[in-house]
Design a protein around this ligand. Structure first.
Ligand code: ADP
Ligand code: MG
Length: 681
C-alpha cells in the first residue's frame, strides 16, 4: 500500500520517507526504531550528570525570569530538592511562564549541559507529578530521521501504517511458537515500535531476531543442499608455484594461514566440489590464501575468479595480486580486472580474453557474474568480505553445466560454537591467529573535555602526511538522540582543517558515490574521511593512521574492534581514539576491554557478558549488515533455536512441498527477493 494513503502523508513527506529507504506501508512497519527513550525514575537534582536524557523532580525556586540573548529570549528558573539545585532554561518559549509557577513541584525531562561551569538543563519537557508517574516505565521509539521529518511524524505514520495494512500474519505453526516461547509475529512487529515495557520490547526483539536468523539460515541451507557432495569436473593437483610464492613472501605465513591453505588445497584435489568458508578476524591475512588458491587453479589449466564487494577493493586486490605473482618470475598466471567502471573498449577486450581463456584469473566486482561474461572454464569462485552471497549466483557461474568450487571469506565475528548453525554445512576454516610482526595500535579512551587535544593530535598526524577516519553513530542530526552525526561533523572538520580535504561517507549515499569517495581516500586525495560504520570492510589504506570514534559508548565492542582494524596496516604507528560522549566509569571499563584483547570473537563474547541480554536501549546499528535487528552474539539463543528448527524442516521436507509449509515457502521467496536473491555472510 502506498505511503500517500496514510492521512497526513503527501508526496513531499513520501519523498522524505524514500530517502530513508521506506517506500510503502509494509516497509514502514519494518522500519525499526534505532533506540528507545525511557521515562525513568527521576534523578536527585544534586546528582545529575551531563550528556544523557534524564528526569528531575523539584520545586521552582524564586521566579520564572526572561532574559534577552541576541535575538532570542531565554526563559529561566532554578529548581531545588533535598539534594541540590539546578538551572533550567527554554529558548523563545515565553508561554512557559504560564505553565510553571513559583513554588510548584514538577518533573522536568531533558539533557543537562555544562555552561561556564554551571550545570543547565536545556529546553526540558514539563510534566505534572502524577502525569509523569503514569508515563514512567513506558518506552518511546526513536527513529533514524532526515531533515524535514520529525520523530513525531515518523511515529504517527508508523501507527497509521499498522492501522491501514496491519502487521504480517504468523507463518509458524502454533506448537513451534509455543515450544520456543516466541511472541507471535504480528504482535512482535507492532511491539518493536510500541512496547508497553522493557519485557515487551525484549520479547519482540527476540522474535524478530528469530525470524531474521531463520530466513537467513533457510536461504543458505537451500543453496547448500542443492550443491551437496557434487563430484567435481575440476579436479586439481598440487603445484610447485604456490610453494615458490609462499617462499617468496616478505613474511612467513602464520600456522593458521598454512593450515587453512592446506585445507583448501585438499578440497580442490578431492574430486568433490568445494564449498568452504574461510573465517578470520580483520587483518588475519585471508587475502593471500585467496591468491594462492587462484594460482593453483590457473596452474591446473582452469580459470579462477575473485569477487569483491566494491570497486576499490577489487582494484586493490588486482594490483596486489599482480605484484604477488611477479615475485616468482616466469610464472604464467594472467590476471585481468573486470569492474563496472571499465571503458567500453577495455571491457570488450577483457570479456574476449575471458572467453578465449587468454586470461586465467579474473578479479572484479559483481560485474564478473553478469550474463555477458562467458568463461572458458571457470573452476573456482572466491567472494571476499561481507559479500552478498547469491542463492542463484553459483548457478549463474557454471560453464556448460559444470559447477565451480566456491570459497567465501568472512570476518563476521560469529562465536565458534555457533558457526555450524550459522553457516549450515559449509565447511569452515578458521584463520584464528594474527601475524605477529606489526606495531600494535595505541588506544585511548577519552571524553569531550579532551577534544581540543584530539584536534591538535589530528593536525599533527595530517601534517605528517597521514590520513584520518572519523566515525559517528548517526548520519543526520536527530532531535531525540544526543550523538555526533556525519553531516554536521563533516562541516565542522572542514572548518577546522581548511588545508585538508574532508569528505563524508554513509549508507544513504548512492553506491557509485560511495565508491568514488572510498577510491579517493585510498588514493590519498582525501585526508579526513567522516563516516558511519559503513567504511569498507577489507579496504587497506596503510597511510591512514588515526581512527577516531565519536560516541564510542554507542557501539558494540565487536563493531569498535572491526573499525579499529582499519588502521595499523602500515609501517607507521597507528592510533585509535575512542571518544566517549559522557564521562563514566562504566563506559571506560567496557571500552577498556578493547585494550586487553585483539581477538574479535573474544571481544564480542565479553561484551555480551558485560551488557547481558537485557541491554536493549543501545542504538541499533543502522549499517548494511545481514540483519536489521538481530545480533548473532546477543541473540545467540534465537540463532540456536532458528538453526534447530531449520534443520528439522529441511530434513522433513527439503523442498517445502507440504501444505503446512505453504506460507513459509512464500515468506522465503519474499525474503530472497527482498535481499536480491542473496544473503550477506
Ligand atoms: P584480512 O584477513 O583482513 O583480509 P589481509 O589479507 O588484508 O587481512 O592482510 C592484512 C595485512 O597483513 C596485509 O597487508 C598482508 O600483507 C599482511 N599479512 C598477511 N599475512 C601476514 C603474515 N603471515 N605476516 C605478516 N603480515 C601478513
Ligand atoms: Mg580482507
Amino acid at each position: 500500500m502506498k505511503l500517500t494513503e496514510i492521512p497526513g502523508v503527501g508526496p513531499k513527506t513520501e519523498a522524505l520517507f524514500m530517502k530513508l529507504g521506506i517506500h510503502d506501508c509494509e516497509s514502514l512497519t519494518r522500519y525499526y526504531p534505532l533506540h528507545y527513550d525511557s521515562y525513568d525514575e527521576p534523578v536527585p537534582v544534586g546528582e545529575v550528570r551531563p550528556g544523557s536524557k534524564i528526569t528531575v523532580r523539584g520545586t521552582v525556586q524564586g521566579g520564572v525570569n526572561v532574559f534577552p540573548a541576541g535575538n532570542k529570549k531565554i526563559v529561566s528558573c532554578v529548581i531545588r530538592d533535598a539534594s541540590g539545585s539546578l538551572r533550567l532554561q527554554w529558548y523563545n518559549a515565553l508561554f512557559i511562564r504560564s505553565v510553571i509557577k513559583k513554588g510548584g513541584m514538577y518533573c522536568f525531562r531533558g539533557i543537562v549541559a555544562v555552561r561556564r561551569g554551571e550545570k543547565v538543563m536545556d529546553h526540558p519537557e514539563i510534566f505534572q507529578i502524577d502525569q509523569y508517574k503514569k508515563n514512567q516505565g513506558t518506552l518511546v521509539p526513536i527513529y533514524g530521521l532526515t531533515k524535514g521529518l520529525s520523530n513525531n511524524a515518523v511515529t504517527k505514520a508508523v501507527r497509521a501504517a499498522f492501522k491501514l495494512c496491519g502487521a504480517a500474519d504468523e507463518y509458524l505453526p502454533e506448537q513451534i511458537v509455543r515450544h520456543y516461547e516466541l511472541m507471535d509475529e504480528k504482535t512482535a512487529c507492532e511491539k518493536i515500535h510500541f512496547p508497553a515495557d522493557r519485557e515487551d520490547l525484549y520479547k519482540a526483539g527476540k522474535r524478530i531476531a528469530f525470524d531474521e536468523f531463520f530466513f537467513f539460515i533457510l536461504a543458505l541451507r537451500m543453496l547448500k543442499s542443492e550443491e551437496k557432495d557434487v563430484p567435481s569436473d575440476f579436479r586439481m593437483k598440487r603445484c610447485w608455484e604456490t610453494e615458490d610464492l609462499i617462499e617468496a613472501l616478505p613474511y612467513r605465513l602464520t600456522a593458521a594461514q598454512e593450515r587453512v591453505f592446506r585445507e583448501i588445497e585438499a578440497d580442490l584435489s578431492s574430486g568433490k566440489t568445494m564449498s568452504r568458508l574461510v573465517q578470520g578476524d580483520v587483518g588475519s591475512g585471508k587475502t593471500v590464501l585467496a591468491f594462492l588458491a587462484l594460482v593453483m587453479t590457473s596452474r591446473n589449466g582452469y580459470q579462477g575468479a575473485l569477487m569483491a564487494p566494491t570497486e576499490v577493493l577489487a582494484r586493490q586486490h588486482y594490483e596486489k595480486f599482480s605484484s604477488f605473482i611477479e615475485s616468482v618470475p616466469g610464472i604464467s598466471v594472467r590476471p585481468v580486472l573486470l569492474t563496472g567502471s571499465l571503458k567500453a573498449s577495455e571491457r570488450r577486450k577483457a570479456l574476449e580474453e575471458i572467453r578465449t581463456g587468454t586470461v586465467n584469473v579474473v578479479i572484479g566486482t559483481h560485474a564478473l557474474i553478469q550474463d555477458a561474461v562467458e568463461y572458458k572454464n571457470l573452476a573456482l569462485v572466491i567472494t571476499d568480505e561481507q559479500h552478498r552471497f547469491g542463492v542463484y549466483q553459483r548457478r549463474a557461474l557454471t560453464t556448460k553445466g559444470r559447477l565451480p568450487h566456491m570459497l567465501v571469506m568472512s570476518a563476521t565475528p560469529i562465536p565458534r560454537t555457533l558457526g555450524v548453525i550459522y553457516y549450515g554445512d559449509l565447511d569452515i576454516s578458521m584463520v584464528d591467529e594474527r601475524p605477529a610482526a606489526r606495531l600494535p595500535i595505541k588506544n585511548c579512551v577519552v571524553d569531550g573535555s579532551w577534544r581540543a587535544n584530539a584536534m591538535r593530535f589530528l593536525k599533527k598526524e595530517l601534517a605528517a602526511g597521514h590520513q584520518v577516519y572519523v566515525v559517528c553513530p548517526m548520519i543526520e542530526e536527530n532531535e531525540e538522540i544526543q550523538a555526533e552525526n556525519v553531516i554536521d561533523r563533516t562541516k565542522e572538520l572542514k572548518k577546522s582543517f581548511p588545508d585538508f580535504t574532508v569528505a563524508m561517507l554513509h549508507g544513504r549515499m548512492k553506491p557509485e558515490e560511495k565508491n568514488r569517495i572510498m577510491t579517493s581516500f585510498a588514493d590519498g586525495k582525501i585526508q579526513i574521511l567522516v563516516s558511519t560504520t559503513v567504511i569498507e570492510v577489507g579496504v587497506d589504506v596503510p597511510n591512514a593512521t588515526v581512527m577516531m570514534i565519536e560516541n564510542a559508548e554507542r557501539f558494540g565492542l565487536a563493531t569498535l574492534h572491526q573499525l579499529r582494524g582499519r588502521v595499523g596496516r602500515g609501517e607507521a604507528q597507528s592510533y585509535c581514539i575512542f571518544m566517549a560522549g559522557q564521562q563514566s566509569e562504566e563506559i571506560a571499563e567496557r571500552l577498556s576491554i578493547l585494550n586487553t584483547s585483539n581477538d574479535g570473537f573474544r571481544i564480542a563474547e565479553k561484551d555480551f557478558e558485560l551488557r547481558g541480554p537485557g541491554d536493549l536501549l543501545g542504538i541499533r546499528q543502522s549499517g548494511e549488515a545481514s540483519f536489521k535487528a538481530a545480533d548473532p552474539v546477543m541473540d545467540r539463543d534465537m540463532l540456536k533455536a532458528a538453526g534447530e528448527l531449520a534443520a528439522v524442516i529441511m530434513q522433513d521436507d527439503p523442498e517445502l512441498i507440504g501444505e503446512e509449509y505453504e506460507v513459509l515457502k512464500r515468506k522465503i521467496r519474499e525474503y530472497i527477493v527482498n535481499t536480491q536473491g542473496s544473503v550477506i555472510l
